[in-house]
Design a protein around this ligand. Sequence first.
Ligand SMILES: C[S@@+](CC[C@H](N)C(=O)[O-])C[C@H]1O[C@@H](n2cnc3c(N)ncnc32)[C@H](O)[C@@H]1O
Length: 234
Amino acid sequence: MEGLLDTALANPWSTLNTLLDGPLHPGGTQRTEQLLDRADVGEGTRLLDVGCGDGDALAVACQRDAEAVGIDPAPSTDRALRGNATAIPVQTAQIDVLLAECVLCLTDLDAALGEANRVLRDGGRLALSDVVVDGDLPDVPEAVADALCLTGARSRERLTERIEAAGFEIQNTSDHHDDLLAMRDRVTDQVDYEGMLGLIGERGQRALSAIEELEAAVEAGDVSYVSLVATAQP
Ligand SMILES: C[S@@+](CC[C@H](N)C(=O)[O-])C[C@H]1O[C@@H](n2cnc3c(N)ncnc32)[C@H](O)[C@@H]1O
């Protein structure tokens, strides 16, 4: 059982994919559609999906006849190249919209924003959604924090401040706490944490208390999810 837990934490996106069977961010495809609307993605838009995972958002963009490609350190769609948010394999000023859903919390934010600004043309749009945290992070083990995109999560204020400092003007923001609660419910409906972690002794008990602490933080809104669109300034 302990081996199963380690395997799940070592491959967090495929584990989450098994549970969610679709986009790996709160709100799923419906929120991707709204974010693409807000970033004005349509026919001919050159869109780069950074951290595209299985390519769900790329499929949505292609339905709009956008010219959409993705990058991911572990790409699993033929619409994506291997690449990293902090060293994007694309020439300068080539992109109209850079999409990053539930990804920048996993990277060096300033480096990723610098790269986003470099590859976007003047007036190009950054469309992102991310985990945000108010106050201290819940005391979850590092592997769990990594798997849940908590490691690099910042406060809303810190996130918007870094985006503006990187040369973007924020056009609109939206809070998706309800989507995070719904995603939590979908996962907890399918995973018997007590049954699973109760079998592996002290380590399991620590993980269980961490999950309870995290659930309380999500319920209270101290951990939430936001999206925003920002324009690259000349
Ligand atoms: C939570 S999943 C989100 C996947 C997809 N954007 C979605 O919303 O369904 C995070 C994705 O980011 C990718 N990722 C992790 N670190 C990254 C980095 N430094 N640069 C680009 N992508 C990264 C992972 O491989 C994974 O596919």
